[in-house]
Design a protein around this ligand. Sequence first.
Ligand SMILES: [Zn+2]
Length: 346
Amino acid sequence: MAVIGDNQTPGLVCAHHHLYSSLARGMPAPPATPTNFLEILQLVWWRLDTALDANTIEWSAKLGALEALERGCTAIVDHHESPNAIEGSLSIIADACAEVGVRVNCSYGITDRHGAEGAAAGLAENDRFLAAGGRGMVGLHAAFTCDDDTIAAAAEMATNHGVGVHVHVAEGEDDTWQQLRGHTNNDWWLVHGVHLPSDHGLLGTIVHNPRSNMNNSVGYSRPQRFANATGLGTDGIGADMLDEFRVAFVRAREHDVETTPDDVWSWLEPGWSLMPEARNDVVTWNYTPMDPWRLAYSPGVSPTRVEIDGEVVFANGATTKVDANEIRAKAAEAAQALFTKLETTS
Ligand SMILES: [Zn+2]
């Protein structure tokens, strides 16, 4: 395992996050109670992303980055959508993370849910960000909300930029995946795969998000059945990767009692492959030794010091580059504005 000292690890990587969801906690109840995955998207997330603007994107990203840092997560693979504030959105997220000191890989989730114009704007934002030297992938929301032409255009753009496509795949039963056939390569980031058959034939890393899958009641992906590498993400429910590891372990164990903590710890590897600098970040923890077999059964393990790119960004329980209290206060203000908007537009 990637332990570099008894009480130290490299910076952890969240391989699938939605920083835009950081302000969602406490949001007004949806107009109706969702009864399945598609309704969760329609009644919660697609209403929230529609209400985002530059200000709420910025503060949700800063809050999410701060919370990642405080849990020893030094790199985030983000997937963003804000249909009424597309242009420039990836730069806002990248800048917010840089200010806090966390590494980020950005992508905009292109979709045809808002017509061809919306898809074109999403495609353009990925292109603009990558062409300007931004670190990222080309995002697609999911095959079931994209036309075939849109999927082909995203795949081509990713190839041209030398990056992969970051896409939700077979998360729920409505989330068809067959349209992706013939487009994927090993750089693709296939998120969830809950309803993928084992012999799906898609290339790329499958990113497992066990807590989110349980929360949405979509089922268990059984990631160990795939030939693809398995990564680990939170799908927007924070960036506490030790906690996600523990959830992933018990979920795997429920399915197969022979699964070991080492098996599940290895799911952090693809994140380090995509964001290799995080391997050189140093997180010091309040627990010794940082061994997966101990960590799988030890709640409450927390960082005491985080060093990113040689700079100490967290020490003695506090951030050193930014004022965490100020970020929380400004994020709370932005959240209130977002909630008001949701109440008046739904
Ligand atoms: Zn997601």
